[in-house]
Design a protein. Structure first.
Length: 107
C-alpha cells in the first residue's frame, strides 16, 4: 500500500518552487530530505490539480531542464497550507512548552 504524501511535503515543495522554480526534482528531494520518488509523485499531483505548470528551458550546460511555476491556484493552495502548517507548529510548540514546564516542576 502506497502511503499518501503528507500536507507538509506538499507545502514544502510549493514553498521551494515559489522561491526557486528551476530546481531539479533531485535538488528538491535533497533540500527537503525526502525521496526522489516522493517529489516526483508530489509534483505530478500538483500538476494534475492545476497548482503548478511545467515549462522547459535550456540550462547553461545546454541541457533541457524544467521550471515548475506556481499557478494562481497553486499560490492559493500554498497560502492555505501555510496557515495550516503554522497552526500545527504552534500547537506542537505549546504542547512542548507545557511538557518542559511539567518536567521542570518535577525537579
Amino acid at each position: 500500500m502506497v502511503k499518501p504524501i503528507s500536507e507538509d511535503v506538499h507545502f514544502r515543495v510549493l514553498r521551494v518552487l515559489n522561491d526557486r522554480p528551476g530546481l531539479s526534482q533531485r535538488e528538491i528531494a535533497q533540500e527537503l530530505g525526502v525521496s526522489l520518488g516522493a517529489v516526483n509523485y508530489c509534483l505530478r499531483a500538483l500538476v494534475e490539480k492545476g497548482q503548478i505548470k511545467v515549462q522547459n528551458f535550456r540550462a547553461s550546460d545546454n541541457k533541457l531542464r524544467y521550471a515548475y511555476i506556481l499557478t494562481p491556484r497553486g499560490m492559493a493552495q500554498k497560502a492555505q497550507l501555510t496557515g495550516a502548517f503554522l497552526k500545527r507548529k504552534i500547537a506542537e510548540y505549546e504542547a512542548l512548552k507545557a511538557e518542559i514546564e511539567a518536567v521542570k516542576n518535577e525537579m
